[in-house]
Design a protein around this ligand. Structure first.
Ligand code: GCB
Length: 657
C-alpha cells in the first residue's frame, strides 16, 4: 500500500490493488566478495514510469514480467526488449540526459540463467538502491526495501527456475517528508540500482556474518559469528594463518557463537595499514576477509589510536567519482577519490552524508585512511514518525553490520545539522543506543549546527569593534560601528580579545566526539552584513581578521571535531572576493589560524574534497547545479585552497602538541 502512495498522487479507477511485499532478510550478508556468486551487473532493460502505472494488477497490466504479445492482435502497452538499456551498477539520473532531474519511478528488467543445485540457497543481493525498491522474480513479488545506500538480500531459492529467470525491479527515488533523507538536501540522491547486484549461492547451512575486533592494547581479539541452518553445537572455524591461530567456535541454538584469544596482532594505522587474511569455515563453506586490528579511544578531550594521541587530518567527501557524473560504485572510483585525500596529506575522510558503496571502507582500509561513516539524518527529519525511525535504524544497522570489520572506520555519525528539539533528542538517542548495542568499539558522533543566530549576533558586535578601529572602511561605516559599540556599553568587546564560541547542544552529552559545522568566512558574512547595515564586502574583509581571535570549544569534556567549514570557488576563477580561488584559499588560511587557537579541536574535515552535484545550487556560470566548495573540481583540477590545506596538514597541524 505504501508503494502505491509513493507512486500515485491520487487514486484513479485504474489503480493497481495493493500488494503485500515482504521485507528483505533482516541480517546483512557478510563477506559477499568471498562467496560463490553470479554478477547481475551489465545492461538491463529500462522503462521510465512517471505515471506510476507499472504496478502489477492494475488497468495498465503491470510490468512485473517481461511479456511479449502472442500475436499482432494482443495489446500490451509496454515492452522491455524494445526499451532503452541502462548500465548496472549506475544511477539513472546521469545515464540519460532527460533524466538528470528525474525523481520518480522506473523499471529495470533482465534475464539470467542459473542451474540451482540441491542443498543450496540463493540470495539476490543488492549493494544499495535508491530509494524504494520492489523486486519481482518470474512474476512473483519478492521483497520491498525502503531507504537507499545500504545492502540487502532476498532469499529467492523457492522462486528460482532452472534455466532462464525473469528479474524485474521497480525503483522510485522520490523522497517524502517522512523519508530518510527528506526531499531537500544539498546533494543529489541519485536514483536506481546504484550499486552491484549479485545472485549469491550459499550452502543451506551457512555463515551469515561475523565480527572480529581488537578488545584492548594487550592484544586480545574478540569475535562473534552468526549462522543460519547450523544446529546448536555445530562449529565455525576461525583462523588467521599469519598469526598461527585457529579456533573452533560453537554456535548456540540462536545460531551465534563467540570467541576470544590473545593474538597480539600487528596493529593497523594510517602509517602501517596492516591487514590479515581471516578465514571462516563451516563443514560446507570457506569464506575469508582482509581485516585490520586497531583501537580508537576518546579520553577527556583527546583522541588516541592504538594508545597514541592523534589528530584527524581530514576532508569531507560525497560518493561521487572524479571525472564522471553520478554515484561512485567501484574500487577504482574510491581509489581515485581517496587517493586525492592522501595527496592532500589527510589521514581521515568524512564520508558524508549517507552510507557509501562497500568499496569505500575497503579502499580506506588499504590506503590507511581513517573513516567517518554517516546515515542520512540530515537537517529536519520527521522526528515523531515511527516509520522514519524504523528507516533510520535500518540504515544504521545495515551500515554498521556491513563495515564492522573495517579497521578504517573509527566514527559512526548519526546526524548532520539537526536543530534542537525534544523529539529530535529522543529520536537520536534511540539511534545512538542502537549503534552502541551493535558496536561499542568505535566513537559515535554527529555534525552539530550550534546556535547560529546567537553566534552571529555576538559575532556582529565583535566585528563592529574591528570595524570601528579600522581605517579600511568608509567613514559612514565606521560611524555605524561606533554607534553600535556605544549602545552595547560595557558589553562592547575589545579588539584582539578572544571571541569564545561554546558548542552546548545537549546532544553532545550522548556523543563521544562533539563535531561542529561552521561557515565563518562564507555564509556568516552574508547574514551579518544586513544586521550591521554595512556592505558584505566590508564584513568579509573584517571577518578574516576577526577569525584569528575566535576560540571554539564544546561545553563537554570531550574531543571536538570541525566536521565542516568551507567556501565556494569556481575552478580557474581568479581575483578577489567570493567564488575566486584566492578567496577560498584565504578562508582556509583564516580557518587554520582559528583552529590553532582552539585546543579542544582534535580533528577537522573541511567541506569538501570535490565539487559535487547539488540541485539547489543554481547560480549560472558559477554553480550550474553544483556545489563549488570543492578543493578540486569535478574533473580533478586542484584549486589553490588544496595546497593551503596540504601545507597546514604537513606543517602546523602535522603533529600533536
Ligand atoms: C552544510 C551541509 C552540507 C552542505 C554545506 C554547504 O552545512 O552539511 O551538506 O553541502 O553545508 O555547502 O552549504
Amino acid at each position: 500500500a505504501a508503494e502505491e502512495k509513493e507512486t500515485a498522487e491520487e487514486s484513479t479507477p485504474f489503480d493497481a490493488p495493493a500488494i503485500e511485499m515482504p521485507a528483505p532478510a533482516p541480517a546483512v550478508l557478510g563477506f559477499v566478495d568471498a562467496r560463490r556468486s553470479q554478477s547481475l551487473n551489465g545492461k538491463w532493460n529500462f522503462i521510465v514510469d512517471p505515471m506510476g502505472v507499472g504496478q502489477p494488477g492494475g488497468f495498465f497490466g503491470g510490468w512485473a514480467t517481461d511479456r511479449v504479445p502472442v500475436d499482432e492482435w494482443q495489446v500490451l502497452e509496454y515492452n522491455y526488449a524494445g526499451s532503452r538499456k541502462i548500465s548496472v551498477p549506475g544511477d539513472f539520473n546521469t545515464q540519460f540526459e532527460d533524466l538528470l532531474f528525474y525523481r520518480d519511478g522506473v523499471w529495470y528488467q533482465r534475464w539470467f540463467d542459473v542451474e540451482p543445485k540441491p542443498g543450496k540457497r540463493y540470495h539476490l543481493w543488492f549493494g544499495g538502491s535508491n530509494y524504494t525498491t520492489s523486486v519481482y522474480l518470474n512474476g512473483t513479488p519478492m521483497a520491498k526495501q525502503v531507504g537507499g545506500y545500504v545492502p540487502y538480500s532476498i532469499d529467492v531459492t523457492d522462486a528460482l527456475k532452472s534455466g532462464g529467470n525473469d528479474l524485474v525491479i521497480s525503483v522510485n527515488n522520490r523522497l517524502e517528508k517522512h523519508s530518510v533523507p527528506t526531499p531537500r538536501t544539498d546533494w543529489w540522491p541519485y536514483g536506481g540500482l546504484i550499486r552491484d547486484v549479485m545472485l549469491i549461492e550459499t550452502p543451506s547451512a551457512h555463515l551469515v556474518n561475523a565480527k572480529v575486533e581488537l578488545a584492548d592494547l594487550s592484544g586480545r581479539v574478540e569475535g562473534v559469528v552468526a549462522t543460519q541452518g547450523l544446529r546448536a553445537g555445530d562449529t565455525v572455524t576461525v583462523s588467521i594463518a599469519e598469526l598461527d591461530f585457529s579456533t573452533e567456535v560453537t554456535v548456540g541454538s540462536d545460531g551465534q557463537g563467540q570467541w576470544t584469544a590473545m593474538l597480539k596482532p600487528e596493529l593497523w594505522s594510517p602509517e602501517n595499514p596492516k591487514l590479515y587474511d581471516v578465514e571462516f569455515a563451516t563443514a560446507d563453506e570457506q569464506l575469508s576477509d582482509r581485516i585490520g586490528f586497531r583501537l580508537i579511544e576518546a579520553r577527556g578531550t583527546e583522541i588516541f589510536l592504538n594508545g597514541k594521541r592523534i589528530r584527524f587530518k581530514g576532508i569531507s567527501t560525497h560518493e561521487e567519482p572524479i571525472g564522471r557524473d553520478g554515484a561512485a560504485y567501484s574500487k577504482a572510483d574510491f581509489e581515485a577519490l581517496f587517493g586525492e585525500a592522501k595527496a592532500l596529506g589527510a589521514n581521515f575522510v568524512r564520508a558524508a552524508h549517507y552510507p557509501y558503496a562497500r568499496h569505500a571502507a575497503q579502499v580506506a582500509d588499504e590506503l590507511g585512511l581513517m573513516l567517518w561513516e554517516e546515515v542520512p539524518i540530515y537537517w529536519n527529519i520527521a522526528w515523531e514518525n515511527p516509520e522514519t525511525l524504523e528507516i533510520a535504524k535500518d540504515q544504521i544497522t545495515r551500515l554498521v553490520t556491513r563495515d564492522w570489520n573495517r579497521a578504517s572506520v573509527v566514527i559512526w555519525s548519526v546526524a548532520n545539522e539537526t536543530p534542537y528539539s525534544e523529539p529530535r533528542m529522543a529520536f537520536l538517542e534511540a539511534l545512538i543506543n542502537e549503534v552502541r548495542s551493535l558496536d561499542d568499539t568505535r566513537l559515535v558522533s554527529a555534525a552539530l549546527l550550534g546556535d547560529v543566530s546567537r553566534e552571529l549576533k555576538d559575532a556582529a558586535l565583535y566585528l563592529a569593534a574591528y570595524g570601528a578601529a579600522s581605517d579600511e572602511v568608509s567613514k559612514h561605516e565606521r560611524d555605524i560601528f561606533k554607534a553600535m559599540l556605544d549602545k552595547a556599553g560595557d558589553h562592547a568587546p575589545a579588539v584582539g580579545s578572544g571571541f569564545e564560541l561554546v558548542i552546548d547542544d545537549p546532544l553532545g552529552e550522548l556523543l563521544d566526539v562533539v563535531s561542529y559545522n561552521e561557515y565563518f568566512g562564507w555564509y556568516y558574512a552574508r547574514f551579518i552584513a544586513p544586521q550591521l547595515g554595512v556592505s558584505e564586502k566590508t564584513v568579509r574583509k573584517l571577518m578574516f581578521k576577526f577569525m584569528e581571535h575566535v576560540v571554539l570549544s564544546a561545553a563537554f569534556d570531550k574531543p571536538m571535531h570541525i566536521s565542516e567549514f568551507g567556501a565556494g570557488a569556481k575552478s580557474g576563477k581568479r581575483g578577489e572576493g567570493p567564488w575566486t580561488e584566492e578567496y577560498q584559499a584565504e578562508v582556509y588560511r583564516a580557518q587554520s589560524r582559528m583552529i590553532m587557537n582552539s585546543p579542544q579541536i582534535q580533528g577537522m574535515t573541511p567541506w569538501i574534497l570535490k565539487d559535487f552535484r547539488a540541485m539547489l545550487r543554481t547560480l549560472p556560470g558559477i554553480q550550474d547545479y553544483r556545489n563549488r566548495k570543492g578543493l578540486i573540481d569535478e574533473n580533478g583540477q586542484r584549486k589553490q585552497a588544496f595546497y593551503v590545506l596540504r601545507d597546514f596538514y604537513e606543517g602546523s597541524w602535522a603533529n600533536v602538541e
